[in-house]
Design a protein around this ligand. Sequence first.
Ligand code: NAP
Length: 272
Amino acid sequence: MEGLQGKNVLVTGGSSGIGQAIAVRFGQEGANVAINYIGRMEDARKTEEMIHAVHNCADHIRDMGGKVTLIQADVSKEEDVVRMVRSTIDELGGLDILINNAGIQVSKPSHELDMASFDRVLNVNMRGAFMCAREAIKHFLATNRQGVIINVSSVHQIIPKPKYVGYSASKGAMQNMTRTLALEYAGHGIRVNAVGPGATVTPINRAWIDDPMKSEMVTSHIPLGRAGTAEEMAAAVAFLCSNEACYITGQTLFVDGGLTLYGDFRTAWSSE
Ligand code: NAP
C-alpha cells in the first residue's frame, strides 16, 4: 500500500491477535516495526519471526532492511509508555505511526463489578491509549512530521455491551478521543482515526471460538454470516495509515461484517 514503506510503526499489544496481524502487515508493507508486549515475550518473538518470514519471501523488503524491535511495557503505566515511545524512536530512528491496539475486557454484572477491575479496563484501553497518543504527538510536533495514529476500538464504541460496562465505556470514550485529537492536530497534518472490529477470531474470544454452539450463536448475529479475521482488521489499519487515506481523519472505520447495521432489523418486524 502506498506510503508505508520505510515508515516507523509502534504497535501496542503486538504479541497476540489483531496486534500481531497488524505488526505482520506493516512488516509486509516494508515498514520498520516496534512490537510492544506486556508479559509474554515468547509470543512477541513469534510476531517478530512471522515478520522475518515475510521479509525472507520478499527480496525488496529484505534489501530495504526492514527493522523489527520488541519493547516490553504496560501501556497503563505512564513511565512505561514514556520509555516505550523513547525506545521506539531510538531503535527505529523516529516514529511515524502509532497503533493503539492493546486492550482487555472484564465480564461481570455491573452491580457486582469491583472498582479495581473497572479501573484496570479503563486504564489500559482508554488512559493507556491516550498516554501513547500524547507521547507520539509530542514527537510528531518536535520533528515536524505528519504522523498517523490509529486507535483499535470496537463495535462496542456504539453498541452497548451488558456485563462489560468498563469495556464499552472505554471504547465509547475512544471515539471522542479519536475525534478530539484529530481536530486538535489536523492543522499540523497529523491524522487520527479508529478501526472498530466486530467479532474477530482472536484469543480474547476463546470462550466462544472453541465452542461450536456459541460460535454459531455469535455468527447468527452477523449479517455477513461469519466472524472476522485479525488479518482483515490489519488490512483496514494499513489502509487508514497509507497515502490512500490521506484525506481521512477523525473517523471510525467499522470492520464488522455488518454488525453495526443491527441485523435484527433484517425484516421490518418493528413496523409489522
Ligand atoms: P488479544 O488477542 O487478547 O490481544 C490483546 C493484546 O493486548 C495482547 O497482546 C495483550 O498482551 C496486550 N495487552 C493487554 N494489556 C496490556 C497492557 N497493559 N500493556 C500492553 N499490552 C497489553 O485481543 P485482540 O482480540 O487481538 O484485541 C486487540 C484489540 O482489538 C483490543 O483493543 C480489543 O478491544 C479490540 N477488539 C477486539 C475484538 C475481537 O473480537 N477480538 C473486537 C473488537 C475490538 P498479553 O497477551 O501479554 O496479555
